[in-house]
Design a protein around this ligand. Structure first.
Ligand code: SF4
Length: 360
């Protein structure tokens, strides 16, 4: 018979397993909702290993909501550098300002209040409420979706909101039947589902069912369906955008500009770039149109950068210009040290790395 209920026996088994096997991560067991919130925002579409050093550096620089709310924009973007999705960092700050002004600097526990804040959706609200405050609220991320889909042999597309709702209802049902669960149990159970998805019921390749505390309960394991569950429909293909990146050097300075304050990578700094893949003579003509005389041009390696819905396909050139040359108003000639201190998105890593411009 297919199990249709998340039983307390299953949940206790998972919670015990989590308490014995959880990774020691800097945002765990601090008792600070700020840590839970910050880590959850950083972890969206990123692995734990990738954010660990960044979380530590961010937390050291901005130890609380008040510090985050007051942080200058460039400094915030610099701390976020390499994690992509810079709108998340801006929302973090907008959220911190509201929490400072409306909630005396402490994130509210109520998920409905949390969801009114910028950048906080169902999942993050659930995670903060359940993990930081021990409230009986489901928090369904990709890991939880995968574990629950396999556990209950849910074959529907996990991209669909209905599938997420179904998983959420299974967890909510457990809480309704057991209103006496303690806050620390709820916090550990919530993290247990996520941890099992990250360490055992893994996304790529076969899950490690023989090491899984839930193996005896698992429908997908019983029915040999772990290769086909969860089902995830294909994402629309990304739009490929050809562009030409110019590392313009004026003596020992690099010429950059700030991106517009709206849209992709808003407000970050970038090398000058042009639409399409241009040949050297086309680049020279284009720069002459902007009254810039090229002293020397040489090719740099091509590079790609993949965003969620688009891909930059980049051709690169190093351009030498006279240091006395006038440059357009929205361009800036900065020293190597200044460039290293500015937030430049990782999309330009290939060109930053040509000149060792990333701070180690
Ligand atoms: S038994 Fe295997 S498929 Fe089922 S939850 Fe555990 S790891 Fe995932």
């Amino acid at each position: 018979m297919t199990e249709t209920m998340l039983t307390i026996e299953m949940a206790n088994t998972l919670t015990d397993w989590y308490r014995k096997n959880k990774r020691d991560l800097p945002w765990r067991n601090t008792g600070n909702p700020y840590d839970v919130w910050l880590s959850e925002i950083m972890l969206q579409q990123t692995r734990v290993e990738a954010i660990l050093p960044r979380f530590i550096a961010f937390r050291r620089a901005l130890p609380d909501i008040a510090a985050l709310a007051a942080c200058p924009e460039d400094e915030l973007m610099k701390l976020w550098e390499g994690m992509g999705y810079y709108s998340r960092a801006r929302n973090l700050q907008k959220c911190a300002v509201l929490v400072r002004d409306r909630y005396q600097g402490t994130l509210p526990a109520d998920p409905l209040e949390l969801k009114k804040l910028p950048g906080i959706g169902d999942y993050t609200a659930g995670a903060v409420a359940a993990i930081a405050y021990g409230l009986p609220v489901p928090a369904v991320d990709g890991n939880v979706l995968r574990v629950m889909a396999r556990l209950f042999s849910i074959r529907e597309d996990i991209r669909q909101p209905e599938t997420r709702s179904r998983v959420s209802s299974l967890i909510a049902g457990l809480y309704e039947r057991h209103p006496d669960l303690s806050g620390s149990w709820i916090s550990d159970f919530t993290q247990g589902l996520m941890e099992l998805g990250a360490l055992v019921c893994i996304p790529n390749g076969a899950p490690l069912c023989t090491s899984c505390p839930l193996q005896l309960f698992c429908q997908a394991n019983k029915n040999h369906e772990t290769a086909v569950i969860p089902f995830r429909s294909k994402q629309k293909s990304r739009r490929v955008i050809p562009m030409t990146v110019l590392v313009i050097r004026a003596g020992d300075r690099f010429v950059i500009r700030r991106r517009p304050s709206d849209g992709l990578l808003a407000g970050l700094y970038e090398f000058i770039n042009l639409d399409g893949h241009l040949a050297p003579d086309e680049v020279i003509t284009e720069l002459e149109r902007q009254k810039i005389r090229v002293l020397h041009i040489r090719s740099l390696p091509s590079a790609k950068h993949i965003f969620t819905h688009r891909e930059w396909d980049m051709t690169g050139y190093e351009i030498m210009i006279d240091p006395e040359q006038t440059i357009p108003e929205n361009w800036q000639a900065v020293t190597e040290k200044e460039l290293k201190s500015l937030p430049v998105p990782s999309a330009f890593d290939a060109y930053m790395n040509c000149y060792d411009l990333r701070e180690s």
